[in-house]
Design a protein around this ligand. Structure first.
Ligand SMILES: NC(=O)c1ccc[n+]([C@@H]2O[C@H](COP(=O)([O-])OP(=O)(O)OC[C@H]3O[C@@H](n4cnc5c(N)ncnc54)[C@H](O)[C@@H]3O)[C@@H](O)[C@H]2O)c1
Ligand SMILES: [Zn+2]
Length: 367
């Protein structure tokens, strides 16, 4: 199975995709590591803790728990955990092993970034979304009341261990939510991955190991390439946000809960980005139609209610990607060809949104 290396300007780290790699976690702890703090959530630990316990057999380590919900992805639990680390003898030689989904990944990563001004973190992602997206690239954050991921820092991990075997207990809806980030990887930069997903859709949805391992490895390859070339989020890395400006606004409107998971919001956002690209004549209508067909094949189910176009637009404006009053959108010239546009006028966007939001709720229920 493939092993990649993020090679950014100031550091490099391995990203290993391999069934069973959790069992070799001890090998990836930095040399001369002092106390090892495994940071997880109770839910993940109950499902998958055994695998890591076996891997760390013979090492001194302690397990600390985060609440693990988006509402509690806040600074306060990190302060409490940092106190606990100090009480248990943590110091500058300590290491964090982040074991969980994207929430644990972001929180434990941020904790490592600020504990004693920064200690290493090994990321061991346990959701599909965290494996192909959140664990790679060194972005860490917690939410503020005023918005998602508004405080955080870049803290590249010492290593990322991606073990597709840990996904076997992941609920189906979470699996599918992560799948949309893989669809995204194909759509923005990798037509071979997009085609593979089309041809092997049934195998992927049935979670056949060969198919799942392949698409994880390919989207990890894509993200590693992009992050290595552009760690600090210039235009290249920003194409990874395809579908996210629309998606985040929808997610916020839906209340960041079970009504719309992150990946589902991104899926709707990607459809919107393609529709807008086609409507503006930037992309062939046929490609937008192919994308929609592909999405129907993967299956998109949400419980989204009616969305108000004006409040969606207001949320998009508040998004941190607004520069000089212009919303920068990631649009597509075709499948595999995403690009950043700062040209879409407010009026065009408002008209597009009001037309889209009318069909959104009914369209999503139909699939
Ligand atoms: N840092 C980044 O670059 C980046 C990128 C994308 C997303 N994110 C962040 O990731 C978060 C979302 O992550 P997520 O989708 O992984 O959600 P999550 O962390 O909430 O995990 C989803 C659910 O799955 C459960 N779970 C995790 N692993 C499991 C397993 N192996 N078996 C059974 N259940 C398991 C969790 O307990 C949780 O209930 C968001 O907060 C988002 O901001 C960060
Ligand atoms: Zn995302």
């Amino acid at each position: 199975m493939p092993s990649f290396r993020v090679a950014a300007a100031h550091h490099a780290y391995p990203v290993v995709v391999e069934r069973g790699i959790v069992g070799a976690a001890a090998k990836y702890l930095p040399d001369r590591a002092g106390k090892v703090f495994v940071v997880s959530s109770e839910d993940v630990w109950r499902h998958k803790g055994d695998a890591l316990v076996k891997a760390l057999d013979g090492r001194a380590y302690q397990v600390l728990f985060l609440p693990g919900t988006e509402e509690q992805k806040r600074l306060a639990p990190l302060e409490a955990l940092a106190e606990e680390m100090v009480n248990r003898g943590g110091d500058r030689s300590s290491v964090v092993v982040a074991f969980g989904g994207g929430i644990v990944n972001d929180m434990a990563g941020f904790l490592a970034a600020i504990f004693m001004r920064g200690i290493p973190v090994v990321q061991v992602p346990t959701t599909l979304l965290a494996q192909v997206d959140a664990s790679i690239g060194g972005k860490t954050a917690v939410n503020l009341r005023s918005g998602k991921n508004l405080i955080g820092s870049f803290h590249p991990p010492a290593a990322v261990l991606i073990d597709p075997a840990v996904l076997d207990t992941l609920p189906d809806r979470e699996f599918r939510s992560g799948l949309w980030e893989i669809v995204k990887a194909g759509i923005i930069r990798d037509t071979a991955l997009f085609d593979y997903l089309g041809q092997h859709c049934a195998d992927v949805l049935a979670r056949r190991p060969q198919a799942v391992d392949h698409i994880i490895a390919e989207s990890v390859r894509m993200k590693v390439e992009v992050v290595g070339a552009d760690e600090r989020e210039g235009d290249l890395r920003r194409i990874l946000n395809f579908g996210h400006t629309f998606g985040h606004a929808l997610e916020a409107e839906a209340g960041f809960g079970q009504a719309l998971l992150h990946g589902e919001a991104v899926a709707l956002g990607m459809l919107m980005a393609f529709d807008l690209s086609a409507r503006l004549g930037l992309c062939p209508k046929e490609s937008a139609r192919r994308v929609r067909q592909h999405f129907e094949q993967v299956g998109l189910k949400t419980e989204l209610g009616l969305i108000d176009a004006d409040s969606l637009l207001a949320r998009m404006r508040r998004d941190k990607k607004v520069k000089d009053g212009r919303i920068s959108l990631i649009l597509a010239h075709d499948i595999g060809q995403a690009f950043i546009s700062r040209e879409v006028t407010d009026a065009a966007l408002r008209e597009f949104l009001s037309q889209q939001t009318k069909t959104l709720a009914s369209a999503t229920r139909a699939h």
